[in-house]
Write a protein that binds this ligand. Structure first.
Ligand code: FDA
Length: 306
């Protein structure tokens, strides 16, 4: 089921046709407050009252023409404006391919530098998502270049990849911000752990390695990008054992998933940030959400029935 859904996520014909269907539009609302920025901002204003910070992602992936990246960058600039105007504890997270990485890496870097500079002026972090493994080395190297000029930048790393332990050691000397996720793409056994058990074990080991580095004096901002409450509990226990406070890491979850837990953790004094994704190009992103949990497919099918 996971493999089929991830194949559907990449299929060009389905990408063009499926999102036009009314029931698909209705089903995606579970994970998205709306397609426009205003819906995302309105949701964030509500979350802020409940003690949840936010992370904004405008959905979209690989571009056809580099000029389109200018529009994407201009959009994120507007998001940063809105965050400042509404006094939100909000940050943005971008995909490099959406900013033209496949077509012109240096121009993508220019865009990221401008956006990160803008975010820094408001005291905010600027995040980079991680895409499929064909992009991992390039994205880590890109982050090293960006971090050299813009310290307020963070990178997502994936615990299912065998290389991530080495990537964390490579980045720790830079005082990085790292959002650790399990990983959402279809990857082969050559590059990625395949069983849930191995991915979870690696997730915990990587989180503990970052906490230990923090304990030893490294400045690392840790984002646990997971809905796995059991894992978050285990990381929290390790933090306590190391004498670190609850606020030594931030929990980051997606809009619409485990909202009860997001609110509970915030009430208990953990730092919690809800990632709100929005935009018209939601199809591949939505299919990855379905692939994460087969029960979501039943939920989506119920939208067709009524
Ligand atoms: P796991 O899949 O084990 O789920 C744990 C529990 O959470 C499930 O039992 C279920 O209750 C709930 N749950 C999880 N996913 C659900 C879903 N889709 N619907 C309903 N319930 C669900 N990936 C990537 O490759 N690159 C990236 O840049 C990012 N960025 C990112 C940011 C943030 C803030 C988050 C939370 C996640 C990402 N991801 C990502 C996605 C990530 O790689 C992973 O696919 C999902 O988080 C699902 O894995 P969990 O860690 O939640 O664990």
């Amino acid at each position: 089921m996971r493999a089929l859904l991830l194949w559907m996520a990449r299929n060009r014909w389905l990408r063009e046709h499926l999102p036009r269907l009314w029931f698909a539009k209705r089903a995606v609302r579970r994970f998205m407050p709306g397609e426009d920025l205003e819906s995302a901002i309105t949701a964030a204003v509500g979350f802020q009252v409940e003690g949840l910070a936010t992370l904004f992602t405008h959905l979209g992936e690989n571009l056809e023409a580099i000029g389109d990246a200018d529009e994407v960058a201009a959009h994120y600039d507007r998001v940063l404006d809105e965050i400042a105007t509404r006094k939100l504890d909000g940050e943005v997270s971008v995909k490099l391919t959406q900013l033209g990485y496949d077509l012109d890496v240096d121009r993508t870097l220019e865009h990221c530098r401008e956006l990160a500079g803008r975010a820094a002026a408001d005291g905010k972090m600027f995040w980079i998502d991680m895409e499929g493994s064909a992009y991992t080395e390039g994205t880590v190297a890109f982050y090293e270049r960006l971090k050299a000029t813009h310290p307020n930048t963070g990178l997502c790393l994936q615990a299912y990849l065998r290389r991530t332990a080495a990537d964390i050691q490579r980045l720790l000397p830079l005082d990085p911000a790292i959002r650790l996720v399990k990983g959402a793409y279809a990857e082969t056994a050559a590059v990625a752990y395949q069983s849930r058990h191995d991915v979870d074990a690696n997730y915990l080991a990587l989180s503990v390695a970052m906490l230990e580095a923090m304990r030893a004096g490294t400045k690392v901002r840790i984002g646990l990008g997971t809905h796995d409450i059991g894992l978050i509990d285990q990381v929290a226990q390790h933090a306590t054992a190391l004498g670190l406070p609850k606020t030594s890491f931030e929990v980051q979850m997606l809009y619409g998933i485990r909202m009860d837990q997001q609110r509970r953790l915030a009430r208990e004094g953990f730092l919690v940030r809800d990632l709100i994704a929005y935009g018209e190009a939601w199809y591949p992103w939505y299919m990855r959400r379905l692939a994460e949990r087969p029960a979501n497919v039943l939920f989506a099918l119920r939208q067709v029935i009524g």
